[in-house]
Ligand binder design. Sequence first.
Ligand code: ADP
Ligand code: GLC
Length: 509
Amino acid sequence: MKILFAASEVFPFAKTGGLADVAASLPSALKALGHDVRVIMPRYRSVERAGISFDETGKKVHVRVGEQIHTGSLALAALPSGVPVYLVGYDPYFDREGLYGPGKGDYPDNASRFIFFSRAILDAVKSLDFVPDILHLNDWQTALTALYLKNDRGIAPYHGIASVFTIHNLGYQGLFRRDDLPLTGLGWEMFTPRGIEFYGKINFLKAGLIAADRITTVSRRYAEEIQTPEYGYGLEGVLQERSQDLVGILNGVDYSCWDPKIDPLIPARYSPDRLSGKTVCKQALLKAFGLRGPENRPLIGCVSRLTSQKGFDLIVDSAQELLAMDLSLVVLGDGEEQYRSGLAELVEASSDRFGLHVGYDNALAHLIEAGADFFLMPSRYEPCGLNQMYSLKYGTIPIVRATGGLADTITSFDAGKCSGNGFKFSDYSPAALVQTLQEGLAAYRDPAAWKSLMANAMDCDFSWDRSAREYVTLYEGLLKKNSNVLRGSVREYGNAPEGLQGGFISARD
Ligand code: ADP
Ligand code: GLC
């Protein structure tokens, strides 16, 4: 199959979260299964900074945004797996410090920037002469493309392309002012509740939900959750209507990046049967955060965006209990001020045991995975979550709230049966978090229990291959449906070659 995978961030070119990891590793896994897959993303300033070489293709895209037509460039780079990556360049939009905003907040012209990118994807199909069977779109930044494709299906070369839209996070919908509608080039007939209107605003993500041929999200549990008012962010009705076309496929892990056996970013490598390196990593982690105390004090790690999604209010609200427990905690993250200051207060109260590093630091993220004993993810909601799966491989035991992908990947440890790979709680409350932490600490203090728990965790396999095959099955189903539609219409208009008509299945069958 020919697959074009469009995303607003792709590791190592640009990353703010898990989408970037997925946009690099899923295409690579699809390539390994023998498909012709290519990635397309904006050429941000960070791409140049990543120090990866790329070449100008000399090809251009011409894209209308409102009244203006912008001409963008198409450069070609590659992922370490060899998957080609097309970089859509238009400096006024993408040669900027941040991906979505200048540090805090959003750029005021994000509507124009991602309308440009969404339309450029389809124009690139033409100018690169790469007409995919499947156009795989991700999150609100590329959601409009599904609608543009649907509108352009009558025009070559778009008629045979099927679209898949993946929701990585329903909490980010791309909401813009009503007055921005003319920028999209869509008519006002789309500005209705059945179109892309959402409580008086334009909702880019909704374009993907109403127009894509299939919708996926990144875990089974989240696929169910988003059809309920608690997790649907107001879009549960739209998702319920499309529930036949909605499926949850769990993300995988790129074990060429996240495996303590080969990780070049940690001070010592280790594996389930040679764990001494993990102690070296713990020492290095304690040092990196300037923590002191006995080495066998349980160390909890956390790498996360500091947003309400990730459950930091539970941590901040448990401060007194955390201070009273025999544990250390290190947090790496950036985000909202309220969580930064709440965590900073914890550090101030006990800087020997609590550490905070505000910022983005990939090497430190790896060191935390390797050096901590536990990994904490008390998320309010979590579409998939990658860090809990990375942690398992590093023998760093996840303590999670049972939601979305966290619920699907973590099974509670049962010391009696020696089963389970972590600890989880359901109630979104500081009390539930504290109680689960205590269960974890009890297991840590029991050498036999801890040994089997670590072995169970490190034995888990969330490699991409299985998930990539699920996507392939989904793509194949779509192609079959597409060819049936084509055949159906051939029969309908009666212009199929003689002798070929009889066996065709109609699109309506
Ligand atoms: P989300 O995409 O919601 O942020 P995920 O768990 O899917 O959550 O993925 C987060 C990814 O971003 C992981 O690869 C994690 O290591 C990385 N990450 C998050 N915050 C930081 C940070 N401050 N520094 C380095 N890496 C980070
Ligand atoms: C989102 C989600 C996260 C998921 C990631 C990749 O950012 O918050 O749970 O793992 O996308 O799909």
